[in-house]
Design a protein around this ligand. Structure first.
Ligand code: NAD
Length: 357
């Protein structure tokens, strides 16, 4: 297979972990006789520094012309502490999602058995949990009108959804549920929010088209609690942009750490693959970031964008074997991990590469 992949490492640990995602793609191409060509592009703080724009036109043009995108993370501490900054790294990410029509963000949450002890949740509650989140990505408060009063003492963000935006992601989520446990939980706040009432009505209409899937509607506050109380009860979770953002960070504890969670953003055109974590200022530049979320994002890329299931499974199996061998980055180590099994980013990457069959 002949494919072109655009690598956008971004900022902070985004750069450190994406190096390994790319190396995995190169090795897969070699072992399975594919030709993958690569290009790279700037986004986020590094792009602002170089061009003044968090998403330079050149990056967007390259993104529109490639077969798949491997992304790292954006963000810099200087913007986190300056909410009034007009040009911000995250604008680049929001714009590329919108421009590429990436409306569905898939976040699989599955705990590798070897990491049962790494989570802050009890192993007996976690074992067997396997959830696929569908987070809507191009609507909600992220894109609605933002206002500040003249005296700057009142602010608002418009939470807005159109019916077609709910329909298109709901269809994707139901189709996925049909291939999994045939259960879908739609999460909203329909007791309070009008946009959630539209969300619920629309999902109820679409549910009729998928009679083999059992539908449940849950309020976000309840879902946040149930996710930790009994994660095994969930199969596919469908939710809006803001609720999905928060719930999936919470759900990262089911997978052991943010450093383990991969995601795929899909929609009208090219697929966009990235770890769910950010640029992690607290550990950036120290060589200790866990690269497994980026490597697992590569597995999603191979499977979803290129239809290469065997190759995707080879990547997942290599991660599993590495964990079975006892290797851990700091974020997924527990009391039982001996010092010599705690890996740097590069060591973890090398071991996974060596385990790819
Ligand atoms: P974060 O995800 O960067 O980090 C949260 C915590 O998880 C930190 O303690 C971090 O050290 C840890 N962590 C994250 N990834 C890890 C990994 N691979 N290995 C080990 N530990 C890991 O979130 P934050 O600290 O809230 O935000 C930092 C910056 O990232 C901010 O500027 C924010 O805007 C940005 N951000 C970007 C994205 C994105 O690019 N998609 C997502 C979230 C946050």
């Amino acid at each position: 297979m002949n494919k072109h992949i655009l690598v956008i490492p971004g900022d902070g640990i985004g750069q450190e972990v994406t190096t390994w995602g790319k190396k995995v793609l190169e090795l897969i191409a070699k072992k399975y006789n594919h030709t993958f060509s690569f290009d790279s592009a700037l986004m986020g703080h590094v792009a602002i520094e170089a061009t003044g724009n968090p998403l330079p036109d050149e990056t967007l043009a390259k993104a529109k012309a490639t077969d798949a995108i491997l992304f790292g993370a954006i963000g810099h501490i200087k913007y986190d502490n300056d909410p009034s900054a007009k040009v911000r790294p995250e604008q680049g990410l929001l714009k590329i999602r919108k421009e590429l029509g990436l409306y569905a963000n898939l976040r699989p949450i599955k705990l590798f058995d070897e990491l049962l002890g790494a989570s802050s949740i009890k192993p007996e509650i976690l074992k067997g949990a396997d959830i696929l989140f569908f987070r809507e990505l191009t609507g909600d408060v992220y894109f609605g009108e933002k206002k500040r009063s003249e005296d700057r003492k009142t602010a608002s963000d418009l939470m807005v959804y159109s019916k077609y935006e709910v329909e298109r992601i709901a269809h994707k989520a139901y189709k996925a549920a049909q291939t999994r446990g045939k259960k879908l939980c739609s999460v909203d706040k329909a007791n309070v929010l009008e946009s959630s009432r539209l969300w619920r009505e629309t999902v109820q209409e679409i549910a009729i088209l998928y009679p083999d899937v059992q539908t449940e509607h849950m309020f976000i506050d309840n879902a946040a609690m149930q996710l930790i109380k009994d994660p095994k009860k969930f199969d596919v979770v469908l939710t809006a942009n803001l609720f999905g953002d928060i719930l999936t960070d919470e759900a990262s504890q089911i997978a052991g750490s943010m450093g383990m969670l991969a995601s795929a953003s899909v929609g009208d055109s090219v697929g966009f693959y990235e770890p769910i974590h950010g640029s992690a200022h607290d550990i950036a530049g120290r060589g200790i970031a866990n690269p497994l979320a980026s490597i697992l994002s590569v597995a999603l890329l191979l499977d979803i964008s290129f239809g290469l299931k065997t190759e995707a499974n080879a990547v997942i199996a290599a991660v599993e074997k590495t964990l079975k061998q006892g290797f851990r980055c700091k974020d997924i180590a527990d009391k039982t991990t001996s010092e010599n099994m705690i890996c740097s980013t590069d060591k973890m990457g090398e071991i996974v590469l060596g385990n790819i069959l």
